[in-house]
Design a binder for this molecule. Structure first.
Ligand SMILES: Cc1cc2nc3c(=O)[nH]c(=O)nc-3n(C[C@H](O)[C@H](O)[C@H](O)COP(=O)(O)O)c2cc1C
Length: 379
């Protein structure tokens, strides 16, 4: 067992103890601990030869092969680090970012850099990191040097620079996407749904002029000029109004996008609060009042399934002439969740909170264990 696996296992048992501390101190320790752990984790390449799931588990989509129907969600490897770690573990794919054209330092408040907190008894996490990243160019350069593993395609998550005038932000976004195209990434996620920066709207009213302008711009300046197979999908919030999903999917298909991810974190602090274990509510209240941030984990599980099922039906109704895939993200943590997705025609999933919970138990065997559970469920 590596030092990181040991730390993750210890941390798995120790995290609940942090909730006995004064809330501000607990958030500081969670935030600093998360940053230190994330850095070391991305370098902790498994010593084993590498796990590859049985071939019948692979998903073929857009002409790419995903060795498993699930991979780590955006934001875990913000600067293009960690590919070898998850590829060796057996992840179905990898995604770097979210990156922006101008590097961002991310959020600092009340002396805490990149505020984050975990509520382990509740299966929930908060973050108000604010998209810290080294920028498209630095991350694209890092991805260009990767040694690829079969069955683990490489994605890049991008966003228009929050707060930048659209006249500048849109050309910079398109330039960044073309840069990722040139270095050979296999797919791109356009992140429209970070609640921790200005300009990302959680409700995603499809009539929102800013959103339509960005989608149109990317359609004309990136999608229409592609010279190779490069799927581009758009990631929306799990707070997206279900009534808007049909229109969102239609708008994406009409413009030539290749899929939708539902979705990103939630800001439904009041609705989620009753789901937070009583012993974790003091830190939860402090975090949501002081920072706000996005909520991840268990409360998103049913919402993400409902939104994705709706998106799948909407896409089928549009009868697109090209493949359009729905990627489920939010509260996915077990083989049963992946099977629930599959029953709705959703072949691809991503996980963040559930992944780290599982890593705390299974370490680098996290995908091996999940694959065994999937095999058991399917036989
Ligand atoms: C600490 C943290 C940082 C994140 N950063 C990003 C990001 O940079 N880009 C993005 O699209 N999503 C980001 N997310 C959202 C996740 O990709 C995912 O959509 C969300 O956590 C819901 O999935 P989960 O319930 O499996 O955690 C972040 C989430 C967390 C917890």
């Amino acid at each position: 067992m590596s030092a990181i696996e040991t730390i993750a296992r210890l941390e798995h048992w120790l995290r609940p103890v942090l909730h006995t501390l004064p809330p501000h101190l607990a958030v500081r320790l969670f935030s600093d601990g998360r940053t230190a752990f994330a850095k070391a984790f991305a370098d902790d390449v498994p010593q084993h030869a590498g796990f590859h799931a049985p071939s019948h588990m692979a998903v073929r989509a857009w002409g790419l092969e995903f060795s498993m129907p699930i991979w780590n969600a955006a934001g875990m490897f913000k600067n293009g680090e960690g590919y070898e770690v998850v590829a060796r573990q057996g992840a179905g794919a990898y995604v770097a970012g979210t990156t922006t054209s101008v590097p961002r330092v991310g959020n600092v408040k009340d002396g805490i850099r990149w505020p984050a907190a975990a509520y382990p008894r509740s299966g929930v996490a908060s973050n108000w990191m604010g998209l810290p990243n080294e920028g498209h160019a630095a991350v694209a350069a890092r991805l260009s040097a990767l040694t690829r593993v079969a069955g683990c395609p490489v994605g890049a998550s991008v966003s228009a620079d929050p707060g930048m005038d659209q006249n500048l932000a849109l050309p910079a976004l398109a330039k960044g996407m073309r840069l990722y195209d040139r270095v050979g990434v296999d797919y791109i996620e356009l992140n429209e749904s970070c609640p921790n920066v200005p300009g990302h709207d959680a409700q995603h009213d499809v009539l929102d002029a800013g959103l339509l302008q960005r989608l149109d711009y990317v359609a004309h300046h990136v999608l229409a000029t592609r010279t190779r197979n490069l799927p581009v999908v758009v990631k929306f919030s799990t707070d997206t109004n279900p009534a808007y999903v049909d229109d969102l999917v239609r708008v994406l298909i009409e413009r030539g996008f290749d899929g939708i991810i539902l979705g990103n974190t939630s800001t439904q602090y009041v609705a989620v609060r009753p789901l937070i274990d009583k012993r974790e509510q003091a830190v939860y209240d402090h975090f949501t009042r002081s920072f706000g941030g996005g909520l991840s984990g268990r409360p998103l599980r049913d919402v993400s399934l409902e939104l994705c099922a709706r998106a799948r039906r909407a896409a089928d109704a549009c009868a697109p002439t090209r493949e359009f895939h729905v990627i489920r993200c939010g509260g996915v943590s077990t083989a049963a969740d992946i099977e629930a997705s599959r029953r709705e025609g959703i072949l691809l999933n991503q996980w963040y909170v559930g992944y780290f919970d599982a890593f705390g138990v299974d370490g680098h065997n996290v995908y091996r264990r999940l694959a065994a559970q999937l095999v058991a469920m399917r036989t």
